[in-house]
Design a binder for this molecule. Structure first.
Ligand code: PXL
Length: 278
């Protein structure tokens, strides 16, 4: 059985980061080992959340794994709590990621704004982690902050603009960049990717749904990463992940919870539609 490592926070309530990655990766038939970066009572879109930084645990955990000769078939990183953690993840990439798939979701902002607790300097540091990855999956906000560019508000983007951002992202050092939540044609939302090794673009679009929810970027990343680990191409994995997110939103829109409670991805997982054909 494949064993992967995912490095991100535990937000106890709010369906994001590890509470999303663990069930999804396990359901795809892959062992998910974790390195928690922080424990929060909820994710940061709730008010008054608690935050316990776990940076000081990271090095001893990595050392123990080395002593035990524990290895991973891939590493997937999400929300990281500090610049110091980015350096530690770079160390983990060097010690455990040689020749393995390194997948970075630079989860740090949305809708033109960074999440509470992050600044532009953090985004530039995150760009260094992206440089060491094979695949990165930022949204438009994260892409702009990492490239030090002004965020162009959502709407129908010009295709050449999206392509130039993708080239700049892969110029950081990764082979693939995929921008999520891109609206090119009005009314259609999707992801737009670039394989720099073959100078090839790819994209996948679905009809834009009436509401957007928290945690969908983490669901996209978890499904995309798990699908690649199961042998899908990056293009196929992006398509599967985008469809999975759409189905999760559709399964949620009648719900009475506020949008920051996330989507009912569990219903989609339990339906089994995405679990065949590994
Ligand atoms: O969904 C991304 C995410 C992950 N972890 C924490 C967050 C967020 C987004 O707000 O606050 C703690």
């Amino acid at each position: 059985m494949k064993r992967i490592l995912t490095i991100q926070d535990v937000s106890c309530v709010g369906k994001c980061s590890l509470t999303v990655a663990l069930p999804i990766i396990s359901a795809f038939g892959i062992e998910a080992a974790i390195l928690p970066t922080a424990t929060l009572s909820t994710h940061t879109a709730f008010s008054g959340f608690t935050f316990r930084d776990l940076t000081s645990d990271i090095k001893p955990i990595l050392c123990h794994w080395k002593e035990q000769n524990i290895g991973f078939d891939g590493i997937y990183t999400g929300y990281l709590g500090s610049r110091e953690q980015i350096d530690l993840v770079l160390e983990a990439f060097r010690d455990f990621g040689e020749g393995k798939l390194k997948f970075v979701d630079p989860a740090m902002g949305d809708n033109g704004k960074l999440y509470t607790g992050f600044d532009s300097a953090f985004a530039l540091e995150m760009a260094k982690l992206c440089a060491a990855a094979d695949i990165i999956v930022p949204n438009m906000t994260e892409a702009c902050f990492m490239l030090g560019k002004p965020y162009v508000a959502g709407g129908c983007y010009d295709e050449s603009y999206v392509r130039s951002l993708l080239r700049e992202l892969t110029d950081l050092g990764c082979r693939y960049a995929v921008i999520t939540g891109v609206e090119l044609e009005c009314g259609k939302l999707g992801c737009y990717g670039y394989d720099s090794q073959n100078d090839r673009f790819f994209s996948d679009y679905n009809s834009k749904l009436p509401q957007s929810f928290h945690g969908t970027g983490d669901i996209f990343a978890s499904v995309c990463f798990a699908s690649i680990m199961n042998g899908r191409s990056v293009d196929q994995a992006c398509e599967i992940a985008a469809d999975f997110v759409c189905d999760s939103i559709t399964a949620t829109v009648t719900d009475e919870n506020p949008i920051w409670y996330g989507v009912h991805f569990e219903k989609v997982l339990a339906g089994g539609k995405y679990l065949s054909g590994k």
